[in-house]
Design a protein. Sequence first.
Length: 246
Amino acid sequence: MSNSSSRKVALVTGASRGIGAATAQRLARDGFHVVLHYGSGEAEAKAVKADIERAGGSASLVQADLSARDGADRLLAGLTEPHIDVLVNNAGVAPFVSIFDMDVDTYDQLSNVNMRAVFFVTQKVLTRMREGGRIINLSSIVARTAFPDIPAYSATKGFVDVLTLQLAATLGPRRITVNAVAPGVIETRLTTGLLENGGADAVQGMQALSGIATPDRVANVIAFLAGPDGSWTTGQVLDVSGGTKL
Ligand SMILES: NC(=O)c1ccc[n+]([C@@H]2O[C@H](COP(=O)([O-])OP(=O)(O)OC[C@H]3O[C@@H](n4cnc5c(N)ncnc54)[C@H](OP(=O)(O)O)[C@@H]3O)[C@@H](O)[C@H]2O)c1
């Protein structure tokens, strides 16, 4: 691995599939050594690592359950890389549960992964982040526009947007940028149920651009924020929704 080389290091949480896997693959193509974090998807994460290496890139794995109270500590303890240049806080869950049906266990799981882990993974990784680093958080379009039946999930993305703004101000003196990307509906396991039974047509009906977006659409924007062209952008939430509900 590239610990001893000058290669920049990117840590992507939830890189075993979906947007995280696409982001890891893109950042590896852009020359980063990529640390692929996963929770339960060990086989999937290993497959992503193998793909990256087959394409000539460099990657390593770290496991941590981010719903656990000590999830961020465990992630950091598993990191062998002394420095991190880019952190992508991507891991997330999205139970489609209305305010009427939500129970406390589901709510706790949601808030622990989507909020507490984002906060404390960032806190821990900052101890290894070099000057000029980048933090990119996964928000969602649902933080700015109402979708039925996901109020708690939507609120966790509002947390992400506010944290992004606050940390951008705090970390500016270290030349660390902090931004978020806000996808619309992206075709991943998280949205499988939503896109079935005519759901894909309904989604396209809300978008200015036609088609259902694949994870690489989001990875492209994350790559901009992580790369040299993104160095003067901070505290922003970049929409990646194909113009949803304009
Ligand atoms: N898909 C969309 O339409 C969409 C839209 C807006 C925002 N987003 C956001 O984009 C991010 C990625 O979403 P996705 O669609 O790519 O979802 P996904 O395909 O379901 O992947 C979720 C990732 O998060 C990880 N994860 C979930 N719970 C975890 C836990 N307790 N501990 C550790 N890792 C955990 C999973 O890892 P393991 O399986 O290995 O545990 C997996 O790699 C999320 O933050 C989501 O809210 C998605």
